[in-house]
Every structure is written in structure tokens, then in C-alpha cells.
Design a protein around this ligand. Structure first.
Ligand code: NAD
Length: 360
């Protein structure tokens, strides 16, 4: 059955990398991958087209699709718009509209790129960890919050960390199910020794673990997790954590890899509908020059095939093709090294298509 993909290229390098990613996916058609693509504007492009970073036509397209492939949004020309018109509102509103509560961010270090990390290559070569961050609750959304004057006349800021058991349970299920597709090890990160909210988090994780006897559940305090990620990152398979801890740890983990142009992400709801995007931004400094690395969005498309479309075989093929082009020394400028074959955005996509044709 043909699956429909809503393609939202966005701004800056977004359109360049998205176009190449679609070409790569289309090259799999003869092998039986039946996808149809429809494009709509988001971010600054949405504002230019309809004075709205998320035009209604874009929401309608996404509603009718099986998954969303998202480029990147933002650019200096939009920086002074009023907040509701800013490009990133397009992304935030999509997350809210589709209740995309589960954010999956793999941090994979291809052996060929291990030298790009600031850590010693032997600590990161072959790293393959996934951080699962809850995206719609926690201290970022809890009420009450604000800045007021306290009885002593001092200004006081306050926020509320809050999770209910339903919110914890649904992210726990995604965590266990994700671990089942990998090495079956799930590390839940909390601060249960100090924060009641995360004490409940830990209790619910332990309850849900009974449904997944094949997954080994462990617990780690967030301060230790931050340390272990740089000390011995390869000990982890899947990390599941709340919104704020996940925000910090996922950025820390992405930097283990040293190459922002290589990292994919997915945001899913409880129907496995998802938005797939590279973690990098719109890179206005290189936009329109054919220099951007398309591998992060290609790897995001592989996640789309695996997590929303249940086409793990094609996801494996795509990931193997990326590994092959790296082994063949193809590099875009952001991951350039002496002796490599330096290519631009479309030639990198050509190399991936060739690798897919040859079978990787
Ligand atoms: P950025 O990720 O766009 O760029 C940071 C650096 O990495 C730049 O030097 C850029 O050239 C390089 N880079 C990023 N992606 C690359 C790729 N695929 N290939 C090669 N090099 C790449 O971050 P920034 O400069 O802080 O932000 C630029 C704009 O993007 C801002 O408007 C910001 O708000 C927006 N942004 C959007 C998203 C998103 O759409 N999800 C995420 C982050 C930033």
C-alpha cells in the first residue's frame, strides 16, 4: 500500500537537503518502496506564503499523511517578527497539534568519523545510543509559574515540575518498545533521591517494566548520567528521561559525535505518527550553495521507515548505504578530512543512491 509523506522543507538549507532526501527515497521505488510525497510550506516559508509559520493547508496535508518529513526552519530575515509569527512556532505548533510526546534522538558514531568527536576515538567509535525524551510535560509546561515579589519584597522566580502517571506510562511504553528493537537495555534517568516528581517517574517505570520481561531496566540519577555519557558512553543502549533532563542530555550526547550534519531525530505520538527531522537548524551561513550535508535528514527518513511506516528492511538498507558512502570516503565540507572525496549536497545523495543500487 502506498504511504503518503508530508514534506515540509522549511527555510535555509531545509529545501536543499529535503529535495535530495526525497530523491534517495524515490530511488528505492524499483525495490518496492511505495511512497508518495506532497510538499507544503512551514516556518519562514509559511510566513512568506500565508503570513503564518504553520498555514492551515500545511496542517491539512499533515493530517492526511502517514508521516512528516521536516527540513529546518529559521533565518535572520525572520528574527524580528512577533513571537507567534516566528518560524520555530511552526514546529512547536505541529508538535502540539499531533501530541508528539516522544522525542527519539540517536547518537551514532560511524567508525570513519570517530576522530570528529572531542572525546578519544576509542571511547566513541561504534557508539550507538538513543535518547528518548518526553516532550510535552515536565517543568517546561507545569503551572503555576512566574516571577513575583515575595513577602520579603524580593523578586522570586518559580516553576512547577509535574508529571502524572499517564504521561510517564506512555513514554515508558515507547522506551521499552524502542529497546525491544535494539539491544533490549533501557536506562531510566531521574533525580528520585531529591524530586518527588521523578520518584513517581521511577515507580511507574518499574511497574511498566513488568510488561517487558525481555528488557533490562536500570536507573541512574541525572548527574551521574551526565558524567557517564562522557566517561563511558558505550555502556548505554536506550536512555529514557523527562523533558528537562532529556533536553540537556540529548545535546550532550549529540556532541559526542562531533558532527551536527549527521544526526537524525523523530517525534512520535501514541499512534506512532511522527515528525522526522535532522537535529541541525537551517544553517543560513551555507544556504543555497549546495554545501549542506544531507545525511542527517536521510537518516531521519530511515527512522521514519522504521518507527512510523513499519518498513524496517528499507530503513536498514538506507542506514547501510550511509555507512557505505562514509567508508568510501565521501564527505561534505562539515566532515571534511585529508584525502577524502569532497562532495556537495546532491553528489552525496548520488553516492547514497549508488550504494543502494549496488546493495550495501
Ligand atoms: P544550525 O544548526 O543551523 O547551524 C550551526 C552550524 O552548523 C552552522 O555553521 C551550519 O553551517 C552548520 N550546519 C548545520 N547543519 C549542517 C548541515 N546539514 N551540513 C553542514 N553544516 C551544517 O544552528 P544555528 O546557526 O544556531 O541556527 C540557524 C537557524 O536555524 C536559526 O534561525 C535557528 O533558530 C534555526 N534552528 C532551527 C532548528 C529546527 O528547524 N529544528 C533547530 C536549530 C536551529
Amino acid at each position: 500500500m502506498t504511504k503518503k509523506i508530508a514534506v515540509l522543507p522549511g527555510d535555509g538549507i531545509g529545501p536543499e537537503i529535503t529535495e535530495q532526501c526525497v530523491r534517495v527515497l524515490q530511488s528505492l521505488r524499483p525495490s518496492g518502496l511505495a511512497l508518495e510525497f506532497e510538499t507544503a510550506a512551514v516556518g519562514g516559508a509559511g510566513f512568506d506564503q500565508a503570513k503564518d509559520p504553520l498555514p492551515q493547508a500545511t496542517v491539512d496535508l499533515c493530517e492526511s499523511a502517514d508521516a512528516i518529513l521536516f527540513g529546518a526552519v529559521g533565518g535572520p530575515q525572520y528574527d524580528n517578527l512577533p513571537r507567534p509569527m516566528r518560524p520555530e512556532q511552526g514546529l512547536l505548533r505541529l508538535r502540539k497539534h499531533f501530541d508528539l510526546f516522544a522525542n527519539l534522538r540517536p547518537a551514532t558514531v560511524f567508525p570513519e568519523l570517530a576522530h570528529a568527536s572531542t572525546l578519544k576515538p576509542e571511547f566513541v567509535a561504534g557508539l550507538d545510543l538513543l535518547i528518548l525524551r518526553e516532550l510535552t510535560s515536565d517543568i517546561y509546561f507545569g503551572q503555576p509559574r512566574g516571577i513575583h515579589q515575595n513577602p520579603q519584597g524580593l523578586r522570586e522566580g518559580f516553576d512547577t515540575m509535574r508529571y502524572n502517571e499517564a504521561e510517564i506510562s506512555r513514554i515508558a511504553h515507547v522506551g521499552f518498545q524502542t529497546a525491544m528493537k535494539r539491544q533490549r537495555r533501557l536506562c531510566s534517568v531521574d533525580k528520585a533521591n531529591v524530586l518527588e516528581t521523578t520518584q513517581l517517574w521511577r515507580e511507574v517505570m518499574i511497574e511498566i517494566a513488568r510488561d517487558y520481561p525481555d528488557v533490562e531496566l536500570s536507573h541512574m540519577y541525572v548527574d551521574n548520567a551526565a558524567m557517564q555519557l562522557v566517561r563511558r558512553p558505550k555502556q548505554f543502549d536506550v536512555i529514557v528521561t523527562g523533558n528537562m533532563f532529556g533536553d540537556i542530555l540529548s545535546d550532550e550526547a549529540s556532541m559526542l559525535t562531533g558532527s551536527i550534519g549527521m544526526l537524525p531525530s523523530a517525534s512520535l505520538n501514541d499512534k506512532k505518527f511522527g515528525l522526522y527531522e535532522p537535529i541541525h537548524g537551517s544553517a543560513p551561513d551555507i544556504a543555497g550553495r549546495g554545501l549542506a550535508n544531507p545525511l542527517a535528514i536521510i537518516l531521519s527518513a530511515a527512522m521514519m521507515l522504521r518507527y512510523s511506516l513499519d518498513l524496517a528492511g528499507f530503513a536498514d538498507q538506507l542506514e547501510a548505504a550511509v555507512r557505505k558512502v562514509l567508508a568510501q570516503s565521501y564527505r561534505t565540507a562539515d566532515i571534511e578530512e585529508p584525502g577524502c572525496k569532497l562532495v556537495g549536497t546532491s553528489s552525496m545523495a548520488d553516492a547514497v543512491i549508488n550504494a543502494l543500487r549496488e546493495g550495501s
